[in-house]
Design a protein around this ligand. Structure first.
Ligand code: NAP
Length: 260
């Protein structure tokens, strides 16, 4: 399926590993020029090389920096000043008990998972509106729909972003600029391994056992493959996806038990 976005430019945040990387790979396979960000340069360069090898005709840029900081965002936007596609992503906040979280912990989570995507939308959306094409995808979490108790910082910060986008996405769609969120359930990335290791410590078991149990309990009988996530992201960025906006799409193997 040709998504009709060959030659477009995408800024993919937090994309050296995991879900962001999978989104960049899927967009690049559609002929989209990609600018990838992450803090660690080594993994970033490795991912960029893989993408270049698989797609020699596209332009692949990397920007090493912390997307949660203003300097990190400015560097990303300097490398990709007029993105047609923006994939908002950053690491998730640490798990824990809310009794131990300070105001500073909350500010960090809100900065990472709410205000950074809003700042990047603010910096790019008017250009998209002027050019009559824009696709913004926020990587949030299944926790937006069904909170995960130990991830209260994530539940709270991401719910704030979701509420904001619900309003804005209805304003921009008239100019063919859509804003949607993908809500990952369990996907096989470094992040799920870290969270599982923490849960294992508390439960006196191993991360492998926790992951095995999660896979067995999921209606799909497994955890997700990041490639599946990347392809869903690319679809939302397609030329013909302009009638999908303000949606929060769960990719969780059916784990959320509700009818809607
Ligand atoms: P991951 O495998 O740990 O990858 C995270 C990526 O983001 C890495 O490339 C990392 O590179 C980059 N990154 C992290 N913080 C950054 C920052 N401040 N600035 C720039 N780049 C940054 O994580 P993932 O599983 O792909 O998760 C992506 C998002 O989805 C997270 O917010 C996570 O909480 C959420 N999520 C994931 C799952 C899951 O099952 N995987 C489920 C629900 C929600 P550097 O460390 O080098 O910066």
């Amino acid at each position: 399926m040709d998504l009709g976005i060959s030659g477009r430019n995408a800024l993919v945040c937090a994309a050296s590993k995991g879900l962001g990387r999978a989104c960049a790979i899927a967009l690049a396979a559609e002929g989209v020029n990609v600018t990838l960000t992450a803090r660690g340069e080594e993994a970033l360069a490795r991912t960029a090389d893989e993408i270049r090898k698989a797609n020699p005709k596209i332009d692949v840029k990397i920007v090493a920096g912390d997307i949660i900081t203003q300097a990190g965002r400015e560097a990303a936007l300097a490398a990709c000043p007029n993105p047609d596609i923006l994939i908002n992503n950053a690491g998730g906040p640490p798990p824990g008990d809310f009794r131990n979280w300070t105001r500073d912990d909350w500010i960090k989570a809100i900065d990472a998972n709410m205000l950074t995507p809003i700042e990047l939308i603010k910096a790019t959306v008017d250009g998209m509106i002027a050019r009559k094409f824009g696709r913004i995808v926020n990587i949030t979490s299944a926790a937006v729909k069904a909170p995960i108790d130990v991830l209260g910082l994530s539940n709270g910060a991401r719910a704030g972003l979701t509420g904001f986008v619900a309003g804005l996405s209805r304003k921009t769609v008239r100019d063919n600029v859509t804003i949607n969120a993908l809500l990952p359930g369990p996907f096989d990335t470094d992040r799920i391994r870290t969270v599982s290791a923490n849960q294992a410590k508390a439960a006196g078991t191993t991360a492998e056992e926790i992951l095995k149990k999660r896979a067995a309990e999921n209606p799909a009988g497994r955890i997700g493959d990041p490639e599946e996530f990347g392809l869903a992201c690319a679809f939302l960025c397609g030329a013909k996806s302009g009638f999908i906006t303000g949606q929060n799409i769960l990719l969780d193997g059916g784990a959320f038990p509700g009818t809607l």
